[in-house]
Ligand binder design. Sequence first.
Ligand code: BYC
Ligand code: FE
Ligand code: FE
Length: 497
Amino acid sequence: MSQPDTLVESVEQVRGDAFVEVKYDEAIPNNVDLSSDKQLLRALESWHPNYLQWWQDMGPEGFQTSEVYLRTAVGVDPSGWAKFGHVKMPDYRWGILLAPRVEGRTIPCGRHKGQPAWQEVPGEYRSLLRRLIVVQGDTEPASVEQQRFLGKSAPSLYDMRNLFQVNVEEGRHLWAMVYLLVKYFGKDGREEAQALLERRSGQQDNPRILGAFNERTPDWLSFFMFTYFTDRDGKMQLAALAESGFDPLSRSCRFMLTEEAHHLFVGETGVQRTIEATCAAMKKAGITDPHDVAAVRKLGVVDLPLLQRKANFHMSVTRDLFGSEISSNAAEAFSTGLKGRFNEAKLEGDDHVLQDATYTVTRVVDGRFVDEAVPALRAINCRLLDDYIADCQGGIDRWNKVIEKAGFAFRITQPHKGFNRRIGEFAGHRISPDGRLLTEAEWHAAQGNWLPNDDDMQFISSLMKPCVEPGRYASWIAPPARGINNQPQEFEYVKIA
Ligand code: BYC
Ligand code: FE
Ligand code: FE
């Protein structure tokens, strides 16, 4: 299997910087010289037990005393940052890791473009900056909460370990944002840090901030789709925040991106291995029509049309995470220099100020799609969404190669941008995956073909039986091409207590 390109791309974000050692002899591992700032240290030390309590209450259910083969960062340098070993998750060394400072870095966009990057919070943009950090921070514990029951139905110890690795790293991403809040935002920051532990995914009275993070992640197919599609929103947003003129945010996000690469890998290969198992079982049984769903399901594997419906769901709710395509908030975040575009500093062909530039946004006008030239500043979210949609395609192409090689006439595709949207230009419209505007009645008649239906969910749930013997895999998923850190196939990734 070819290496997913995201792995390489994200590592590139830190290449070229000097090695900065992480201090592990302190209660909170860090490379930010925490011990020299007593006030900050005290604030973080008082947040720490509340975090651990949250982890006990809302982290992976049933495995808190199991030994998990986890990777821990020992440095932020790409060549030597990972250390592997069995640890109990509550003992994981969550810490504060920033990518090294780039000397002479300047604000890459907006009205302050070219000025030295801020090392302190620019006072006039304080509340906007805090809001961005809080929204980013809120998604991290939310995803852990969404995934907390999955350990119990893991298709293998290898997959279980990957789930827990993703979970502890999302926990660390929360630490990364909490560090910024507590260090730079005084009392408000401490209050926000506490609130991040109090909101709950899916809870009516105190939900997580963004829509997709209140959806359920009820099964492993959802988990793999989530880590492929929704963690990819993480990649895009972190990349945009890595361009921030506020240097501490930029450095936090640059390091987070290196961890994100693994989450994307888990998602891509999880779906790919599911497809491999399906194709192999169909071939063996002599099934030639991927739409012969009843026959395929009898084999204990996931039919390809169902995978497409799952993908449709996760793609559409994730696209909503980009906010409205046309947004004055986004214009403000860009113009102030707090948030750039994807790869802002490397982009060629415009002035990075965008005062007079336009960008094409697809809108629905009088019952038709219209491509409209909109002031580029107001279309920043649309631009990032378009970059995201393009970024999703690589893995989908690799999935389709597996199907093609197996000789089946089926392709996974991305639905129209407006399909099943609740936020932005397409909210309130009914749009088919192939991009037709529908009546309410047409939508209701057909949506069960496009989004997971009750039958699908029941079938998936019937497959979600744990498979925890070392080296064994559930029927519906193929073994990985290689083990974590080159461990042999039958390695005991989780020693279940
Ligand atoms: N659900 O002008 P608008 C990750 C709100 S994922 C609910 O349209 P704006 C991860 C919006 O907050 C990356 N509400 O959009 C992945 C605003 O409310 P307020 C997370 C929504 O502000 C997997 C109002 O609607 N990081 O890391 O330009 C596992 C109007 O907003 C939604 C970030 O998102 C929604 N879907 O953009 C673990 C980066 N969409 O403020 C982790 C930081 C919009 O008026 N956040 N609204 O009350 C941002 O850059 C922006 O807040 C957003 C929204 C792009 C999210
Ligand atoms: Fe994250
Ligand atoms: Fe992630």
